[in-house]
Every structure is written in structure tokens, then in C-alpha cells.
Design a binder for this molecule. Sequence first.
Ligand code: GTP
Ligand code: MG
Length: 352
Amino acid sequence: MKQCKGCGAYLQSESKDLPGYTPKEDAIYCQRCFRIQHYDDVTVSYSTKMDTTQILKTIADMDALVLWVVDLFDFEASMIEGMNRHCAGKDIVMVVTKRDLLPDTLSENKLKDFLLGRLKEYGIVVNGIVVTGHQGKDGIGELIRAIEMYAKNKEIVVMGTANAGKSSILNTLLRLDQGLTMSRYPGTTLGFTKLEWNGYTIYDSPGIHKYDSAIFLLDDHELKYVIPSSTLRPVVYQLYGDQSLALGGLMRVDAVNCRDNASMTVYASRRLPLHRGKVENADHLWESHYNELLSPTIDLYPDFVKERIYTKGRATDICMYGVGWVCFKGSCDYIDIRYPKGVKVKVRKAML
Ligand SMILES: Nc1nc2c(ncn2[C@@H]2O[C@H](COP(=O)(O)OP(=O)(O)OP(=O)(O)O)[C@@H](O)[C@H]2O)c(=O)[nH]1
Ligand SMILES: [Mg+2]
């Protein structure tokens, strides 16, 4: 059986609803890849059918250098629990993508400190780190040097969470014009694709799915508001007294008794609607405008998880998987956050 050159699914003509479908006998791309590549039509999604355990097992069984692709915008959601266990005995190079989405105020040194600090906290050990941007057009030289240094037996596997930019980086590295299928939605690559480059064998792999990320819980239309398509423009709110901020209908952040030049800065897609108001009005706002003004949503309010955060004067990021983060600076008594049960929120030392 032949594999689709875009997504790695086995080509078949029996079922339109299954991966790899094509009505043409001599096709090299499945119908879905053809539609994504030619019409940017990403409406056919198979994302719920991927088997993460199987993907990790296939990678574990390879004797290859691991290029672990990590999305800088969605860094926390890109972390893979037990990374070193899954890749035991292999060299790992962490390839950070989407540097271009973050503002220039993130200097190289700051970024390096951030990455090393996060890896330490997660207890993940890597052999090297390469930072890339613009689908790998920035940083490709460094990536090639890392490959030459670590890919001893010339086998390489590119892995990481869904939508991190794995196929994009390979298309750039291999200079494939019409090659692996990329799309702005997760779950594009469906099987392992073997590629040859400069004497190396490189495999693209299906993304590991994080079902506690908003990108797996929102539908395709709602994702348009959440996945950033251009450089983030941080939105800064100066805070006085008690202030409540809404990130669409996805997260409510109430900061109580703000002082010392307190501020919240939102790093998220420009299309995500933001609302700032007083905490005393926030219950009413959420009850009356949830799913209208406050959208997109993951249909759960008022059943949100509530969590209290004490920042103790330290600049703190409140990160929602798949959505971005709110950076709180200055002082307040505490911050109450509310968010849908199925999504993960992680609090970290501020990146910027
Ligand atoms: N701004 C920006 N976008 C990127 C970059 N790399 C990838 N993207 C975008 O991220 C989205 C996902 O890219 P893919 O290459 O399909 O990601 P993937 O990891 O192969 O995804 P799956 O196959 O679903 O696991 C696409 O919209 C890409 O254009 C980058 O460096 N900068
Ligand atoms: Mg892919």
C-alpha cells in the first residue's frame, strides 16, 4: 500500500471518512492533503483518532536522533511528560519554533534563560537547543549544524505535539515546495513519512495530542480566534483596585487590590476578544454574556475551575494551553482565575 506524500496516511479508495482517502488510483496525495494544499480547506479532521501511545512507541523503537519540535508560543502545552523515558538512549535536540510570533523585546539571552529554566523545572535533559522562526526560514543553518553534530547513524525522527511546526520545518530543511502537508489546525500529519536528505533518513511524525489544550476542544471556526497568525501584539492593562479580565469566554482573571503599578499583559491571538472591567461586575458580565460577547467558549460556564494564585510580587505568567498567556506584574492580594475544566492552565515565572 502506498502512503500519502503529504500526511503519511495509507492511500485508500474505500471510505471517504477515513484517512488516506482518494478517488484516484494513481494519486500521490490523499484528498484531504490535496484540499489543504490547494484550497486551504482544513475542514476534514481526524484529530480524535490518533494513538499517542503508538506514536511514542514507534519513536522509542527507532535508533535515531530526536528532533523534538517545541512551539514557543504554546510552550507549556508542547512539553511531553516523560520525554527522556520515551526517548531513552537517544540524543535529543530541542527545536523551538515560531520565534517570529513573539515580540523583539524577548532578547536572545532572556529566551535562553527561559528555555533552560523551563527544561530544568520539567526535568527534561536535551543535548542541544535550536531556535527557529518563520517556518524554519530563520535558524535553519543552526539546525543543520545540530544534525551534523548529533545524527551519528544518519537516522532522524522529528517529533512533538500537534501543530508545533514539525512538517513546516522539514519542508524548509528539505526545500520541498509541494511536500509535507502543513495546516494551521492540529492533527495534520497522520502517519510516519520517510524522507531522504543529504544522506540522512528523516521521518516526519504525527503530532502528539494534548487533549487538555484548547486547540483540541474548540471547533475549526473557533480556532480562528485562538491560533495566532501574525506576531503577537501584547495588550497591556494598567490595574487599579479590583480588576477582572476576560480572554474571550475561555478564562476569567480577577486581580484583587492591585497596587505598585500593577499590570496585566495579554499574549494571545489578535483576534481573541478581551474585556476588562471591575471584579464586582464580572459575575453579571459572565452570566449574561457568556458565549456571545465572551466567546469563543468551551461550553461549560458557570462550571469553571476556580484557582487562587499568589504572585508575591514576582512577574508571573498565567498560561492557558493552546491560547497564550497573561503576564501579571506589580502587586495584588491575590488573583482568582476561572477556566473550563477540560483545559490546562499553568502558572510560571514570566517569560518577558
Ligand atoms: N509564525 C509561525 N508559524 C509557524 C512556524 N512553524 C510552523 N508554523 C505554523 O504552524 C502551523 C502548524 O504547522 P505544521 O508544520 O502543520 O505543524 P505540525 O507539527 O506538523 O502539525 P501536526 O502534523 O498536526 O502534528 C502552520 O499554520 C504553520 O504555518 C513558525 O516558525 N512561525
Ligand atoms: Mg505535520
